[in-house]
Design a binder for this molecule. Structure first.
Ligand code: BES
Ligand code: MN
Ligand code: ZN
Length: 497
């Protein structure tokens, strides 16, 4: 799909998209309605259109104009329009048109006079919504391909500030590319996306100037990464640690660090999951996917920051060499862990990956992303990711970035009382508490034992990394690509110079 920006102009072929607030038609819609002899207003009334965000009325083959169809899209209360609202407009139109047979669409959404967002930026966010909604993952379909094949090719966004729009879009397009990569990785089936295949795909970021190193099991053994290795030891496939570096900042600047849980498939190991709970566990590398997508976005928009992305890639399987409940393993930090449930594997992978990130790179902060606990779905459902942090400033910045880009997070507590739940009879700690309550917090407490003094935040994304039921407006399909936008925004807001 090609996206372009243009100054206001006359007749367009294909579909024309105009807007209406909750009160009335915006000027471009009014003009069009006049030329259509009032047909647009009549259609709006006939279909109970109220101008609510994302609401759409479709007028096919209208007479008197060149366009083959008109979409009237609701923008909500006019003065309140912002980036996320603009994205919903772009997404709502593309949702209607993507596979409809239409090839061309022109957005003529006027910037309301009292809007907080400038016209150029408004146009760029319409573009972002259109782009994010145009995603599809159909590479494994061999039948009914044609009906699923997108037809929409050219997206034109009319704006009084075309140059500013292009500049803003340059940046946002890089972010969309990162989201697409993360979605592709999450959607890819686990027979295809092994730890090694994931590492191969991460290596492709080399083309953008990202330095990518891959450590295999031998190298990790030398470093003493036994909690990570223990998770992968029941799999035929070799575990991998991927280290990506984007050096867009000043030479001496401490990097920011992102660490992703990359369990390419989580069967539970010997503490085997029941069949129904195992479905979808190809997505248990959603944290690693988000970190990879973020690195792509930062490199592709040449962010002025030094950033490190670390992926702990393993497959959690139950073969004859698999880790047992009751095993005791020594982590890279030197602390010992009694494994009581092999399905609490994400924290074991992150323990070593986090330790490696801090000792090797001395980062300004480290943020890990992980589909860590089913309990976070009980607490927060599918709307917010769980946020845990030892640093209020970092936590607040993450929270703010999340609400700016529509990836909201909710902070949950950490404290000694929860930490005590990890006491083991024979080792420094055990990997589960043994009781069912506060599962997400206990998991975060476990991670915190592998944080030195570095400002740290943990995002539990088990509820938001993929979606089975209702689709989010900007995210068709299964993998959401959650995390790329919030991390990119956090960096852009505070860590670039
Ligand atoms: N990958 C799962 C968490 C998960 C569950 C993600 C559902 C997405 C949807 C994780 O490795 C896991 O199995 N966690 C256990 C921990 C328990 C054994 C303490 C869980 O949540 O049940
Ligand atoms: Mn598990
Ligand atoms: Zn898992």
């Amino acid at each position: 799909m090609q996206i372009n920006f243009a100054a206001p102009q006359l007749d367009r072929k294909g579909t024309v998209v105009v807007g209406a607030s909750e009160r009335d038609l915006l000027p471009a819609a009014s003009d069009l309605d006049r030329r259509l002899g009032g047909a647009l207003k009549r259609a709006a009334e006939a279909s109970r259109f109220k101008g609510k965000p994302g609401q759409v009325v479709e007028l096919l083959s209208p007479s008197g104009i060149q366009a083959s169809r008109v979409l009237l899209v609701g923008i909500g209360p006019a003065g309140k329009i912002d980036g996320p609202a603009a994205e919903k407009i772009g997404a709502a139109a593309v949702a209607r048109l993507l596979t409809s047979g239409e090839t061309d669409v022109t957005f003529m959404i006027d910037s309301p006079r009292d809007a907080k967002i400038k016209p150029g930026l408004l146009a760029a966010h319409i573009a972002l919504g259109a782009q994010l909604r145009s995603y599809s993952f159909h590479k494994y379909r061999t039948k009914q391909r044609e009906e699923h094949e997108p037809t929409l090719k050219n997206v034109m966004i009319v704006t009084s500030e075309a140059a500013a729009a292009r500049k803003a879009w340059d940046r946002l397009r890089a972010v969309a590319d990162g989201v697409f990569l993360a979605r592709d990785l999450v959607n890819e089936p686990p027979n295809v996306l092994s730890p090694q295949e994931f590492a191969e795909r991460a290596k492709m970021l080399g083309k953008l100037g990202v330095k990518v190193e891959v450590l295999g099991e031998e190298a990790m053994r030398k470093l003493g990464m036994n909690t990570l290795l223990g998770v992968g030891q029941g799999s035929e496939r070799e575990s991998q640690l991927v280290v990506m570096q984007w050096n867009g900042g000043r030479k001496k600047d401490q990097p920011v660090a992102f660490v992703g849980k990359g369990v390419c498939f989580d069967s539970g190991g010997l503490s085997l999951k029941p069949g129904a709970s195992m479905m979808g566990m190809k997505g248990d590398m959603g944290g690693a996917a988000a970190v990879t997508g973020t690195m792509l976005a930062l490199a592709s928009r040449k962010a002025k920051v030094n950033a490190v992305g670390i992926l702990g890639l393993v497959e959690n399987m139950p073969d004859g060499n698999a880790q047992r409940p009751d095993d005791v393993v020594t982590s890279m930090s030197g602390q010992t862990v009694e494994i009581l449930n092999t399905d609490a594997e994400g924290r074991l992978v992150l323990a070593d990956a986090l330790w490696y990130a801090q000792t090797k790179f001395k980062p300004k902060f480290v943020i890990d992303l992980a589909t860590l606990t089913g309990a976070i779905l009980i607490a927060l459902g599918l709307e917010h990711a769980g946020l845990f942090s030892n640093d209020d400033k970092l936590a607040n910045r993450i929270q703010e970035a999340g609400s700016e880009v529509g990836e909201p997070v909710w902070r949950l507590p950490l404290s000694d009382a929860y930490d005590k739940m990890l006491k083991s009879k024979i080792a420094d700690m055990k990997n589960i508490s043994g009781v069912t309550h506060a599962g997400s917090i206990v998991a975060a407490q476990f991670l915190q034992r592998f944080i030195d003094k570095t400002p740290w935040a943990h995002l539990d994304i088990a509820g938001v990394a993929w979606q089975d039921g209702e689709q989010k407006p900007l995210s068709p399909g299964w993998g959401v690509g959650w995390g790329v936008r919030i991390l990119d925004r956090l960096v852009a807001d505070h860590y670039e110079k």
